[in-house]
Design a protein around this ligand. Sequence first.
Ligand code: PMP
Length: 447
Amino acid sequence: MQEEEQGQNNEHQSIANKYDFEKSSMGMRYKFIHLAKTLPNIVDLGQGFPDWDPPRFLKESIMKSFSNDAFYQYTRNHGLIKLVESVARNYEKTFERKLNPMTEIVIGAGAGNVLYLAFKVLLNPGDEVILLEPFFDNYTPMIEFPGGKIVGVPMLPPKTRPKKDFQNIKDLKDEWTIDFDSLEKVFTKKTKVLLLNTPQNPTGKILSFEELKRVKKILDKFPKVVLIMDEVYEFQIGTQYRELPRMATLPGMWDKTITIFSAGKVFSATGLRIGWGIGPNWIIRQIMCAFQYSSYCIAEPMQTTVADCLDALNTPYDGQETYKRWVATYFEKHRNYLLEKLATIKNFDVDFFCPEGGYFIIADISKQNPETKYILPGDDNNVSYRKDAKFLLNLCHDSKIVCLPCSNFYTDEHKHLGENFIRFSYTKDSKTIDQAAEILNKSKSKF
Ligand code: PMP
């Protein structure tokens, strides 16, 4: 191997090989994203980014921030003061406490960056991180780089429902359930972190206060375990919830919980690359240090924009009482539209779940029996794929629609549990959804 010749065959190199999208099946999600970006006339219903414009006020603020008096130099490392003050102001109600902007908030280059650094500072080699499956697959390399080990606890999928239910989606919700006994059993002396993601990618599950309290009861028995709450989809909660239930507000949880957010998800602008972590200073200061000696700081005009725009969260927007209520309503409308359209296609024999929140819809492909006809870029001819990947490769090449396989959202031990599921993103405008439905309606291939 080339790296052996270079004397570089260390642990990180093998992790890099494992997740390199050209070299490994672990990078499979990125191979499908690559197809979505390179194949002609393809409709991307897989990757989670909105294909509508960010709100007007964000675009106007960016123009203003980049005007002549923009500051083009280094800023305070862990967040422009104006930005951390805006985060503190806008999240005090969320956390039901006064937040110290200088010591309890850290800014990073997107939520992904803050998550990466949180694992980096919290984990020693051999430490275990518990995740509910399926989970956002980017957590895996983030945990493995500092030497952490993932322990996955599969959630139980909802029952499939008749397609006619999707003609009146208003009060539907299909909930994945947590097996609390299995969850408790995987805690050991090596457990360092429990990560919960709510609303969840990919299932859309929102953890209720009841569920959070049951998790807390387990955590009370393991007081050294730190909790990472990934709440990047905090406003994609539909209209059934007024507010997302927050773990950090339960008695005793603040001191051991870091909660992570994303400007990209708040403002439908995933390219902004600004995220923030909120939590007790003993965790935040370590992340500040790791950020200071890696990225150093984020472009000042972008931080100024996010600082200004966060104040919109609680002010009226486009006919809704607040911008955050507008987000909940707008995403729900698109969720409903995609479900209504896809569930009525005759040749498309898959079952859909109606998620509570987030960006994604999961479909169950148990009734399908796809053949291997195509291979993903970079794979050998003799590659063997799971059912979800086979199905999606056929969908991609025969019908020009890209979605993502769910086996990737499980640990190696449980990948088989994911192969009957595929993930659609409903962050697509009605034109894109209509186009996908038309393609599937006309498709000669039967799915
Ligand atoms: N957490 C989850 C659950 C996500 O789905 C994503 C993005 N897909 C992130 C974190 C990363 O967010 P950002 O783009 O702000 O880095």
